[in-house]
Design a protein around this ligand. Sequence first.
Ligand code: DSN
Length: 432
Amino acid sequence: MSIENIRKQDPEIAELLDKELNRQREGLVMIPSENFASPAVMEATGTVCTNKYAEGYPGKRYYTGAKYIDMIENLAIERAKELFGAEHANVQPHSGSSANMEVYGALINTGDKVLGMNLAHGGHLTHGSPVNFSGKRYEFIPYGVSKKDEKVDMEEVRQLALKERPKIVLCGTTAYPRKVEFEKFAAIAKEIDAYAFADISHISGLCIAGAHENPVASHDVVMTTTTKTLRGPRSAIIMCKKEDRYHDLYHPDSKKDLAGMIDFSVFPGMQGGPLEHVIAAKAVAFKEAMTDEYKEYQRQIVKNAKALADELMNQGLRLVSGGTDTHLMLIDCTDLNITGKEGANKLADLGIYTNFNMIPFDTRTPFNPSGIRLGTPALTSRGMKEGEMKKVGVAIAAVLKDLDNTDAQENTRKTVSELTEEFKLYPDITYA
Ligand code: DSN
């Protein structure tokens, strides 16, 4: 892969692309929602499909000339269904936020109640944050983790659901290191005749590899972004059952089944022309995800996260909930007498990319919180294993324990440079 045409036409952008490639190569990307898509996935996003308008769905387009686009989109749909065991898949959502908007739009009306996880406890902006469309348009009832162990207490969620009787019981997280108990969430939704909706954006790769419970069978609707652990392009898909599920009072077109309601909400409800070049890239990523090698990669992400968490705790750092079952963890910086932002910024100066994050019951603010969120999907894509995670854990802890310790910073810089040299990223890509 090269960017020779960009270099000729727009050297300014070419130079910035070179720099960004080098930043990714020369640093340790540990933001748990970031990963390295394969060259094939990236190539697909740069194809002629970007030129084609194809409003509608395969076989029912509002534009001529969509024969091959239909075939590409159908491949993406069939592969998504096979991969996740879904009855229906819509591969057109542009992003996770649009997908969530489309699911709510399909199932409920403005003002309806939804049970969703508190952003400060590990939920997502689109799960009812008051500054987001979700919190403005719907009445979100937040649940969180319990103070005693920083894990979700399912009986507390059930009691809240019984009291509030939301139309949707939503589960899914962006900063929760423990497994989500999908079957219990689905049972709660069933008990109050609500829709069971799972946002598995962070863990969908783990779900298809058996490294985390897959909610597709237990839930009415499941959404995932296609980047993160899944390792596809930056986009999203929605999956659901094909059963009839009438909510006559809440949807103007109640004769449609769930799949029809979701499709209608995506197009024409929220979106126009689908990004067919990104849909092609999703199809490529789904094919990659069908291999044994990919499943092994997902299991290694979790093994690496456990090794990293153990090392950070060995070094004396406190992790929210005392560890991880997934791909991510949260360091509580309170006892280190630094903020998460100070810690994450110092690590970034040394080439270790994490993000500052609220932790449960945080007394600080979202832009200067007490936590650092980090994870292993991207380092695992580079081929690193448990031994490397221990080195990274030692390097991170030494820096965070004393932000003024220049010897520790020098050692950490050395660890970053040795690891990135040994575990090369995109060796065949020559931007510069
Ligand atoms: N922004 C993503 C994350 O970092 O977790 C969630 O959408």
